[in-house]
Design a protein around this ligand. Sequence first.
Ligand SMILES: *Cc1c(COP(=O)(O)O)cnc(C)c1O
Length: 380
Amino acid sequence: MNIKMVDLKGQYEKIKNEVDQGIQSVIDSTTFIRGPILTEFKSDLEKYLDVEHVIPCANGTDALQIALMALGLEPGDEVITANFTFAATVEVIGLLRLKPVLVDVDPDTFNIDPERLEQAITPKTKAIIPVHLFGQCANMEAVLNIAQKHNLKVVEDTAQAIGADYTFSTGKVMKAGTMGDIGTTSFFPSKNLGCYGDGGALFTRNEELATRMSAIVNHGMYRRYYHDEVGVNSRLDSIQAAVLKAKLPHLDSYSLARRKAAEFYNNAFKDVEQLETPAIAENSTHVFHQYTMKVNGIDRQELQQFLKDKGIPSMVYYPVPLHLQKAYLDDRYQSGDFPITEDLCARVISLPMHTELSSDQLNYITDNVKDFCNKLEKIG
Ligand SMILES: *Cc1c(COP(=O)(O)O)cnc(C)c1O
């Protein structure tokens, strides 16, 4: 059985005509940059997200950087984010000479812990970057309340959660990435809405921010060849826009396929003592960018090796907390300062998760995982 962490080929084959036609039309038109297809995708995504402005850019890391640039932060300003995330989030904070402040996460949802977030605020704090990790929203109601109380900007890192819905206590439902001042996402091929190269986007409801971000992505030009501020060159090319335009109408069915695979895993593992299946946040749907469990009392590396021998890939997202990464070591933080993140880094494991998992594959994966756990029980 050919099992992959992500099956982009199988997904492509089902929408081959739409994708191929889109790509071919870009080649025929030779408008490889800023063609009409980019405008079409932008407006399709604005409709899907129900947000006023989408600004496409070159990748999800640039999107985070451009968001922070547009907020006009000054070197030394503090930006709070979750410790348990992909490094891009702190990378851009560091690149802009801002000061990353890390916060531990909720042990069940893996997302930023609002209580600890509020404790981390100082007079220098200017912004918060909640990360909607693995496909479900951080506790945005709490984050937005805290931001409002302390006059902070909110940039949602939605690289892993495009399409997730968040329900506020008023009953209002909003898409991940559209609740804060700015949302950012990545269209890296393996993301839930992935293109065939690098890509990313920013979302906002604020017209001023939209204007500023549209200029920053294009060398700070508000008018052609008039550079009003320092920008970057960060574009989504037309071929990627064509792929994304073809895939966007399928995003909800992709999310559903992921959710179904996750339910299969959950059911299979519900009585397995050594496995803690992912918790669902109270107010968010889960689009399962990753299916990430915690292991209890078993050797994670042995489990991974056992699965590998059976042809089943698995991954650890993420093995090292940010405060212990060489590039981000900081006198303020020591080992032991973030007990939950450190525990998660030691215990999480992610199983294959994509839109093309068959029930045969899911049975094979879950049977083998259970086999490993049962064997241990007998020896133990
Ligand atoms: C993938 C990812 C990014 C970066 O996106 P790229 O397009 O690879 O630059 C940022 N944040 C998170 C949480 C991610 O998963």
